[in-house]
Write a protein that binds this ligand. Structure first.
Ligand code: GDP
Ligand code: MN
Length: 351
C-alpha cells in the first residue's frame, strides 16, 4: 500500500523525524506563507505544478482551487497539504528500500536531491545494507557522502529513528526527497514517499489510509523495474513475469486482473502502474475466458486518452470477444500481437 505524503509524514513525525509544520488546506489558511502540495500518489508533482508557495490569502484561495483541479499523471488530489515554507540551504536524497532478491534493507543516498534526482549518475549514489549491527555507524558514512562533517551525530540520530520506524511500520520503501538542510542548520524530511507491506496489515489495525485496498491481485516486484505487466489468471500472470525476466527485462510488478475484470478495474490497474517511475513498456497478456477482450480493449483506449505519459503498450489478447477487441483497437492504431513472445520482442525494441 502506498501512502500519501501527509500520511507518511504523520508516521515520520510520530517517530521523532523532523517534518515541516503543516495543515490540510481548507477555506481559510491556518498560516501564511505556506507551500501548497497536491496529495496524489505519484512523484513529479513539483514539475507538474502541484507544489507552489503562496503568501497572501488571495493567492492561497486561487492556487488551492487550481491544485484541486490539476490532474497529475491521471490523479486528482482528495486533499491538499499546506506546509510552512522551508528556507532551503541544500536538498539531499535519502531512501530505504527492501531488496527482495537479497532480503536486505538498503540505504540509498545522494548529495544532490530534489526534482532533478533522476539526472544523477547511477554510480554516484551511496548504497549500503542497513542492519541492526551497523545502524550505529551509518551517520559517519552519510556525513562523508553528503559532505556534512558537522552533521554526523544529527544524521546518525536521523537514520536510527528511520530504521526503527521502517521495521516497526513494515515499510518496503521510504524515500525522502528532498532531505532538506535548512539555512539554520536543521535536517528536515521535505517530502516523503512511503509504501507499507499489505501482508502486514493484520499487525496494524491503525492503518487507515486513503488508498483503497486493491481488489485485484497486484504485487510490486521491483520499484525500479522497466516493464509493467497486466495479465489474467495467477498462472498466466506468473508466466508473463517470468518470460519478461527471461528476456533480460526487469518486471516491476505482478498483476492478475482476475476473471471478473471490467473496463474500470483494468483502468485502475493502469493507474497503479503509473505510480512507478521507470516503466518503458506495459505488457498486456490476456487469455480471455470469463474476462472479455473488448472490455480490456476499452480500458486500453480509456487509459490512452486519460493518462498523460502512458508508456508504450505491447498487447497480446486472445479468447472471448477477440474480434470486437481487434476492431476497437485497430481504430486507435494499437497493434495486437499474436503471442506473448511477439509482445516481449516489441517491448525489447522500445527499451
Ligand atoms: P515532488 O516533485 O512530487 O517530489 O514534490 P516535493 O515535495 O519533493 O517538492 C518538489 C520541490 O519543491 C522540492 O524539491 C523543492 O525544491 C520545492 N519545495 C517544496 N517545499 C518547499 C519549501 O518549503 N521551500 C522551498 N524553498 N522549496 C520547496
Ligand atoms: Mn519529492
Amino acid at each position: 500500500m502506498k501512502l500519501l505524503e501527509y500520511e507518511a509524514k504523520s508516521i515520520l513525525s510520530a517517530g521523532g523525524i523532523p517534518v515541516p509544520k503543516s495543515y490540510i488546506a481548507d477555506t481559510q489558511p491556518d498560516f501564511l506563507p505556506a507551500v501548497l502540495k497536491s496529495q496524489v500518489p505519484v512523484g513529479g508533482r513539483g514539475k507538474a505544478g502541484g507544489v507552489v508557495v503562496v503568501s497572501s490569502e488571495d493567492d492561497y484561495t486561487s492556487q488551492l482551487h487550481r491544485i484541486r483541479n490539476l490532474m497529475i499523471k491521471g490523479f486528482l488530489p482528495k486533499k491538499v497539504l499546506a506546509e510552512e515554507e522551508l528556507d532551503i540551504d541544500h536538498e539531499f536524497y535519502l531512501s530505504l528500500v527492501i531488496n527482495k532478491a537479497d532480503v536486505t534493507t538498503e540505504l540509498i543516498a545522494h548529495r544532490q536531491g530534489g526534482v532533478e534526482v533522476e539526472a544523477n549518475a547511477a554510480e554516484e549514489f551511496l548504497k549500503l545494507i542497513l542492519t541492526a549491527d551497523n545502524a550505529d555507524t551509518v551517520g559517519q558514512r552519510l556525513a562523508d557522502h553528503y559532505e556534512l562533517p558537522d552533521k554526523t551525530f544529527a544524521l546518525q540520530d536521523f537514520i536510527e529513528k528511520l530504521y526503527q520506524l521502517f521495521n516497526a511500520e513494515d515499510m518496503t520503501l521510504l524515500e525522502i526527497n528532498p532531505f532538506v538542510l535548512t539555512k539554520n542548520g536543521s535536517l528536515v524530511a521535505g517530502d516523503a514517499k512511503m509504501t507499507v507491506d499489505d501482508a502486514a496489515h493484520f499487525r496494524h489495525p491503525d492503518w487507515l489510509f486513503e488508498e483503497e485496498k486493491a481488489e485485484t491481485n497486484f504485487v510490486t516486484l521491483d520499484h525500479s523495474g522497466n516493464i509493467a505487466t497486466i495479465a489474467n489468471g495467477a498462472g498466466l500472470a506468473m508466466a508473463t513475469v517470468d518470460s519478461v525476466a527471461d528476456a533480460g527485462l526487469k518486471p516491476a510488478n505482478f498483476l492478475d486482473i482476475g476473471g471478473g475484470a471490467n473496463e474500470a478495474s483494468v483502468l485502475a490497474a493502469f493507474r497503479r502502474i503509473m505510480e512507478y517511475s521507470d516503466i518503458r513498456v506495459i505488457i498486456i497478456n490476456i487469455f480471455a475466458g470469463i474476462t472479455r477482450c473488448d472490455e480490456v480493449a476499452k480500458a486500453i483506449i480509456a487509459a490512452r486518452s486519460q493518462l498523460e505519459d502512458l508508456p508504450p503498450l505491447a498487447v497480446r489478447l486472445a479468447g472471448t470477444n477477440y474480434e470486437q477487441a481487434v476492431k476497437l483497437l485497430e481504430k486507435e492504431g494499437v497493434i495486437i500481437h499474436p503471442s506473448l513472445e511477439d509482445a516481449i520482442d516489441a517491448a525489447k525494441e522500445s527499451v
